[in-house]
Design a protein around this ligand. Structure first.
Ligand SMILES: Nc1ncnc2c1ncn2[C@@H]1O[C@H](COP(=O)(O)OP(=O)(O)OP(=O)(O)O)[C@@H](O)[C@H]1O
Ligand SMILES: [Mg+2]
Length: 502
């Protein structure tokens, strides 16, 4: 009865077919777009249709990329950025947590900003903003990164001192800053608070002392990355081609997050002040790779960019090994999700819960090799085809030689049955080669090792692999570091080391 009625309502041919047997992929007219206004990503698995990505019919240009380590997230991001720069002249700003993009950015002629190599960012820089707005942003970052929100008085003191330092430098708090004028740094803010403490008239000196202490951690000699004159022109950040902000040289996660939040705030402000664009395409893509603290806090500007980015032609790409690190508001609102290989059940559950793909799709995602992906797009208008489809593989420029290290031999029956521990690890040839060099293995031995593994279908069992490393001259400590880099549990590492004879 219902079936007949629906058929009656959806009277055209396509609708009828869609209803009776759901096709496994969206139709070609959705996948194949104008090559001058879209980016080629790869060929679909079932109908072998070349999929070109554009956001013009999607809810927004933002992208989430998830997948285990080595699944191809960064490779995909690089491919997308390069093609977007060809097609739309899109600028890119990579907030590079682990420094994994810098070599590529250099090779591609981009700019690398590196805090380990003498670059600084003054988090009080105005880049055309009102001092009041910047003050709020700085306080917001401290809210996310420190415990200041639990101490309202300290928060108030800090906010007041920041604002006062701007006034002391001749700014009017509620007016946009004129270009080129010198700005205060956190050191000036600390000095103001110290003076106040010395005056001895303030009722709660302990509050002042704590506020000073909190700020000092970002202004210590040698760690004052954010308390000195900026070495980059923030005003030009979103219009400088390809820029990599390498955060790997910063002392800890808090510093990395502070830099990331500051850059997002500046970009958001820039995006709003430039207003709407007439042109087609994307002005800038901002990449957040593994920046969990920044992508998971709801006070973070990452969420503002996701909410408002479309109208300003700003896109955000968030990549993570752990989908639950990406805030729900980002994950459920991005126009496109690329799901690469996922192993952990709880991540798979989370993804299936938010994206609603089938159990068939779930099985496929668990078996993906490097570069294979499921794509999920959120269209602006209601559609009658599946939103998730499979790509044979993301088609970048480099050849693919994948090596697999199998650890199932050292897992216990119950670990195997529980299925929560990854059983094999995949490396692309170059990547494995780099790791072997890091293990201090001579090039002759590396060649011999590859030859062995090649003869065995590019697959090797972990114990055999570690024994080969040892006979090739690798020491225990670097081997352990290597195993840790695979995120293996300490108990499993101990087991591997014991069984490979040490
Ligand atoms: N689609 C692909 N085609 C060819 N090679 C690929 C593809 N995807 C990834 N690779 C190669 O596989 C290796 C791992 O990829 P990548 O660094 O992108 O993984 P990742 O998901 O970013 O890992 P991590 O989480 O550790 O950063 C690299 O050497 C890369 O060149
Ligand atoms: Mg990566």
């Amino acid at each position: 009865m219902t079936l007949l009625r629906l058929q009656h309502i959806m009277s055209n041919e396509i609708a009828k077919r869609t209803f009776l047997s759901r096709p496994p992929e969206p139709p070609a007219e959705v996948l194949l777009n104008d090559p001058f206004q879209s980016l080629f990503i790869g060929t679909t698995k079932i109908f072998k249709i070349p999929f070109t990505w554009t956001y013009s019919n999607l809810t927004n240009p933002h992208i989430a990329v998830v997948g285990i380590t080595g699944s191809g997230k960064s490779y995909f991001v690089k491919t997308l950025l390069i093609r977007a720069s060809y097609v739309w002249n899109t600028n890119a700003i990579i907030i590079d947590w682990a420094g994994e993009y810098k070599a590529w950015v250099k090779q591609s002629g981009g700019v690398v900003v590196s805090f380990a190599k003498g670059d600084f960012l003054n988090i009080m820089d105005l880049a055309g903003m009102k001092p009041l707005d910047r003050t709020k942003q700085i306080i917001n970052s401290f809210d996310i990164l420190t415990d200041v929100s639990q101490y309202p008085e300290q928060k108030r003191l800090t906010e007041e001192a920041i604002e006062q330092s701007y006034v002391n430098f001749g700014f009017v708090p509620s007016e946009k800053a004129p270009p080129g004028k010198e700005v205060p740094t956190l050191k000036d803010v600390i000095s103001l608070l110290e003076e106040k403490l010395q005056e001895g008239t303030y009722e709660y000196p302990a509050e002042l002392e704590n506020a000073i202490y909190r700020l000092r951690q970002f202004a210590r000699e040698g760690e004052d990355f954010f308390a000195r004159k900026s070495t980059i022109d923030l005003d030009k950040l979103s219009a400088s081609g390809l820029v990599d902000i390498d955060l790997s040289g910063l002392p800890d996660e808090k510093f990395r997050a502070l830099a990331a939040l500051f850059i997002l705030q500046t970009l958001k402000e820039k995006m709003r002040s430039e207003g709407f664009a007439e042109t087609k395409g994307l002005k800038a893509l901002v990449v957040l790779d593994e920046a969990w603290k920044v992508a998971s806090d709801e006070k973070s500007d990452a969420i503002m960019i996701v909410r408002e980015g479309r109208k300003y032609q700003f896109g955000l790409i968030v990549a993570s090994q752990n989908p639950t690190d990406i805030h729900e508001a980002i994950f459920s609102n991005v126009g496109t999700s690329f799901i690469l290989r996922i192993k952990f059940e709880k991540f798979m559950n989370y993804l299936q819960g938010s994206l609603n793909f089938s159990d068939f799709m779930r099985g496929e995602i668990g078996r993906f090799g490097v570069g294979q992906a499921a794509v999920e797009m959120a269209f602006q208008t209601a559609i009658r085809f599946p939103e998730t489809f499979l790509l044979e593989r993301i088609h970048g420029e480099e050849p693919l030689h994948v090596y697999t290290v199998d650890i199932s031999d050292i897992l216990t029956q119950s670990e195997l049955a529980a299925g929560i521990i990854q059983r094999d690890y995949q490396f692309e040839q170059d990547e494995l080669n780099t790791k072997l060099i890091e293990l201090n293995i001579s090039s002759d031995n590396i060649i011999a090792l590859f030859k062995n593994v090649d003869a065995n279908g590019r697959m090797i069992k972990i114990i055999d692999f570690i024994q080969e490393l040892k006979t090739s001259g690798a020491q225990n400590m670097p081997i352990i570091t290597f195993l840790k880099s695979l995120s293996l549990d300490d108990t499993i590492i101990t087991r591997i080391m014991a069984r490979s004879g040490s």
